[in-house]
Design a protein. Sequence first.
Length: 255
Amino acid sequence: MLFRSVSTPAATPTVAPISATGAAPASDDRLISWRLLSVRDVDLALKPGEPLRLKTGGTTLTDLNARVLLDEQGRFNLQNAVSQPVVGPAAGTPTPPTAAAERPPADLQIGAIELRQGRVQFTDRFVKPSYSTLLTDLEGRLGAFSNRADAGPAPLALKGRAEGTALVDISGELNPITAPRQLDIKATARDLELPPLSTYSVKYTGHPIERGKLNMDLHYQVKPDGQLSATNQIVLHQLSFGDEVKGSPASLPVR
């Protein structure tokens, strides 16, 4: 079977609202959703015994909402969403050969992806102490990438805001569909207001934050052996704590 579809220009398609749920516990919210998804110049080929071939000319995501979690092992929840275990037949049941089992790996060539008005809840448990932040007004672009043997990483550039105050700039390169993943990303946040983080300061110091700002520089990189390394530099400006909260887990002389 051969299927080929070429869409109209990006300004004209009408796409119904779509949402997708990842592989997460039932108590979690949706992994990712969006209002408008436009994929241009789609070329899809499916033939028995041959690899699936998919090529796209470009994708635009509008009003994206996502939850991104980096766990203690350095694995993103987005990887779990696309890595479902294969359930085998019951014990004693013969397994006949199938065309799907014999099909070679897919050939994927994904055009540039543009993001408009994105919103991401990001939680990092890999770096200690862990932290969580809400990114809004995200605008940017990920260049074209593929899973071919000679494929390199695609350039990434994103800008937005963290917690509605700090300016966020994310840049670098990545390829999410190679093995191992190719990733080398730097992120900066400037002038993040600290009082909204009082929940954390009460937990670890016993005092709320009255005022102060934070500048942050992060660097994530996947080494050739597939191991993730992460570094961060945090600078606090004019940090001032409030009175001790009675009954808090910790109490430090931080005034």
